[in-house]
Design a binder for this molecule. Structure first.
Ligand code: FAD
Length: 388
């Protein structure tokens, strides 16, 4: 087998990269180690309207619910209502969504092999185990869209991400306060360094959390979350669809090397403020596919991808990482103070106007311009001072 571009990994980033490589005239092969696309799922499936637009597959039957805002809970249970003017995000079924993305890459002309695992690369020849048989595939360019563990990244000698959060989640019947609002829970006793959530859909919710590495295992915190007064009053018992997964934050110094490029979780293209990877993965996968196709014809070099994706999302990622670090340092008392500060009508108006889950830096800038900079700095500390 001989292809201009081989994409390893049939997740959202891989499917979109394969589509864009094929659209740009490259013979393209997408390989996926599992027998099915989109399974096992390691995701809450909450994506912004902008992320869905970026995926170019419309709002298909994978949309389970539409979200207009969020209730954010301080450790002391004070509630902050963050309301958008209209639909801000969708709750999706990742199995159907991922399949729709792969179908759109096949429509664009890419080939696909399931049950085919990448095992190594040497001088443009990749080794795979396909349906139990060892095979070799000649590839002009290899795109590693193989997620957080990225064996392509390791084989190419590319570095690791700065940090890995651990996440855990399950689905259960849940009497949400409002079925169009996501619930976010903060506090170091339930999600140290990050946050917990309940994302409602059809009388159910995906209930979970992500936390800093180290400390106790995620299950320990999940049990604590279920005892949180707000969650306990809405959780209706039983658990299905367990998910345990990592979230990579902070891209490696380089995402390209000899004939190889990384995209999506493999490249740490994940928002450090929310742990969401679909939006940035989609933005970067389009660039990856296009540059790979051109590079296979010697019309571009892989470094063009490095420059273009960092130009597109690098600043948002860097600011997001600093916000993540600033928030990670807050004690429960600080978090109570911060949420109480955000809960004043003037600030809530700014959040409604400028809140954008893909670009939190825009909101932060507006909050700073609102004249409450001193208060924010007091709450978020020195790290925050250097943000802008
Ligand atoms: C608990 C949790 C909740 C999350 N919630 C959200 C959310 O609400 N919204 C959001 O935007 N993001 C969320 N994320 C992050 C999101 O799931 C990822 O960012 C996204 O799936 C990354 O897409 P990807 O295509 O880069 O990688 P993946 O979706 O991980 O796909 C990688 C693919 O590569 C395949 N693969 C791996 N190794 C090989 C190999 N050697 N050979 C062949 N195939 C291989 C895998 O089987 C997989 O199909 C969440 C993550 C976690 C852990």
């Amino acid at each position: 087998m001989n292809y201009d571009v081989v994409v390893v990994g049939g997740g959202p980033a891989g499917a979109i990269a394969a589509k864009y490589a094929a659209k740009n005239g490259a013979s393209t092969l997408l390989i996926e180690e599992h027998a099915n696309i989109g399974s096992p799922v390691q995701c809450t499936g909450l994506i912004s309207t902008a992320a869905l637009n970026e995926c170019e597959i419309g709002a298909g039957n994978f949309v389970l619910a539409k979200m207009k805002g969020a209730f954010v809970y301080a450790p002391n249970c004070e509630e902050l209502k963050v309301e958008g003017k209209d639909v801000k995000a969708y709750v999706i079924d990742r199995k159907i969504f991922d399949r729709a993305l792969v179908e759109s890459s096949l429509d664009a002309g890419a080939d696909m092999l399931l049950k085919t695992r990448f095992t190594g690369i040497e001088r443009g020849k990749i080794s795979v185990i396909s349906n139990g048989e060892k095979k070799e595939i000649q590839a002009g360019v290899v795109i590693g869209a193989d997620g957080i563990q990225s064996s392509v990244g390791r084989a190419a000698g590319l570095g690791r991400c700065e940090k890995y959060l651990s996440g855990i989640q399950f689905e259960a019947p849940y009497a949400a306060k409002d079925p169009e609002f996501v619930e976010i829970f903060t506090g170091n006793t339930i999600a140290p360094g990050f946050f917990a959530w309940a994302v409602p859909f059809n009388g159910m919710a995906r209930i979970g959390l992500a936390k800093n590495p180290g400390a106790d295992p995620p299950l320990y915190y999940l049990e604590k979350l279920l005892k949180h007064p707000v969650v306990a009053s809405r959780y209706r018992g039983s658990r299905t669809e367990h998910v345990l997964g990592g979230i990579p934050l902070g891209p490696p110094a380089k995402t390209t090397s000899n004939g190889v490029m990384l995209v999506g979780d493999a490249a740490g293209q994940v928002k450090p403020t929310s742990g969401g990877g679909i939006y940035m993965g989609a933005v970067c996968a389009k660039i990856a596919g296009e540059v790979a196709a051109k590079a296979s014809r010697k019309e571009a070099v892989l470094n063009d991808y490095e420059k273009r994706w960092r130009g597109a999302v690098g600043r948002e990622l860097a600011i997001g990482m600093r916000i993540h670090k600033s928030f990670g340092k807050l004690s429960d008392e600080n978090l109570n103070e911060f949420i109480s500060f955000m809960n004043n009508p003037k600030i809530r108006e700014i959040i409604t106007e400028y809140g954008d889950m893909d670009h939190p830096s825009v909101l932060l800038q507006k909050l700073i311009q609102s004249g409450d900079k001193k208060q924010l700095i007091k709450l978020l500390g020195v790290a925050f001072k250097t943000l802008f």
